[in-house]
Unconditional design. Structure first.
Length: 358
């Protein structure tokens, strides 16, 4: 870098070289589009400037002096000046960054300034730098979701919601803009939001999630509306509940058979657990009622009812006698097939042993 005194001295010297018709050309002159990380060489070709030591040469970037004669005026390790070839005053930008784009100007300060300029565009795929963290907003509040990204050209940001429905609560699938502002929200606005950031450079869109967790009533469905099991076998009835706060305790689940409360003393087992595999956001729980041994009395319509602090919801399913039709719930069938497999393997082992003994 050079200090102001040096510049003054140089300026004084430059005023000595009068009446020359100077000429300055940047090569390449045409505006350049390069990819981020490329090397860019800006060559300023000087003609008729007299003794180059007697003039002030400047490289300007967007109006800011980057180089003066043989010195860089900014502290950027990616910039290199090469003045070794007479008449060429080269500025090399190693690993061009988005910040390097803009207008580059080569200027010779004689009594009259002579300059030429060109535009540099640095293309870069979008990169998401920061996203609003997951939050639990209050009903009625305003939520502002940011998805801040870099990229060149300036990326566009599109928002959608993936859960609990594949669209925004207003019904539209996508909204473009950053930030996404949600006014006067209700718990219908909860869920998993996603920003998609694109600028036409690189491999499609980059995305990031933001989760809005809000209290809501349970939403319940039966895993299977019809469960069948042979008399004497066990049957598994399952209900899936989405709610927040999530239902985690068996105290918040009740089972009814033909509208009468099911009692564990009547040969039933009950459990409830969060389904973290299906739902990493811990809103989904699965309740299971095991009829340990199906009898004609245990056939009928079953209801599961979940409640959280806001209220309750329920779902129905039927238990019928028959071939086990829900393989997921068929403990007896999977045991039978495991047994068959075990027998087949042990018979094969015997056969192999026999061959080896011969
Ligand atoms: C995103 O950028 C805006 C505007 O610069 C800023 O106000 C906001 O805090 C940023 N958000 C995040 C999550 O970084």
């Amino acid at each position: 870098m050079m200090d102001w005194k040096e510049i003054q001295v140089l300026f004084y010297l430059s005023t000595l070289s009068l009446s020359v018709v100077a000429d300055v050309t940047i090569q390449p002159l045409n505006d350049q589009r390069v990819n981020k990380g490329d090397t860019v060489v800006l060559d300023c070709v000087l003609q008729n400037i007299g003794n180059p030591n007697d003039v002030l040469l400047f490289w300007y970037h967007d109006g800011k002096a980057v180089a003066v004669n043989t010195r860089l005026a900014v502290d950027n390790p990616n910039y290199q000046l090469d003045t070794s070839v007479a008449g060429h005053w080269k500025l090399t930008i190693q690993q061009a960054q988005i910040e390097d784009q803009g207008t580059w100007q080569c200027r010779v300060q004689l009594p009259n300034d002579v300059f030429q300029e060109m535009a540099l565009v640095v293309l870069a795929p979008p990169v998401i730098m920061s996203v609003t963290p997951d939050m639990s907003p209050m009903p009625g509040s305003t939520v502002t979701l940011w998805c801040n990204a870099t990229g060149s050209p300036e990326p566009s940001v599109t928002w959608t919601r993936q859960r609990p429905a594949g669209h925004l609560p207003s019904g539209v699938e996508y909204v473009t803009g950053n930030p996404l502002v949600l006014n006067d929200i209700t718990n219908d606005w909860r869920g998993l939001y996603q920003c998609f950031v694109t600028n036409g450079i690189g491999q499609g869109a980059v995305t990031a999630p933001v989760f809005l967790q809000m209290e809501y009533f349970p939403v319940v469905k039966a895993k299977s509306g019809l469960v069948a099991a042979p008399i004497g076998n066990s049957a598994h009835l399952r209900c899936i509940c989405e709610s927040f706060p999530a239902v985690r305790s068996i105290d918040n689940v009740k089972w009814f058979k033909n509208d009468r409360l099911v009692d564990v003393n009547d040969g039933y087992q009950m459990s409830v657990e969060l389904d973290l595999e299906m739902d990493p956001y811990r809103e989904t729980s699965v309740a299971t009622l095991i009829v340990t041994s199906v009898t004609t009395e245990s056939l009928g319509t079953y209801t599961c009812r979940f409640n959280n602090i806001l209220g309750s919801a329920e779902a129905n399913m039927k238990l019928e006698e028959g071939k086990q039709i829900d393989p997921d719930t068929g403990a007896s069938r999977s045991m039978a097939s495991t047994l068959k497999f075990a027998m087949a393997t042990s018979m094969a082992t015997v056969a192999v042993a026999k061959i080896l003994m011969k």
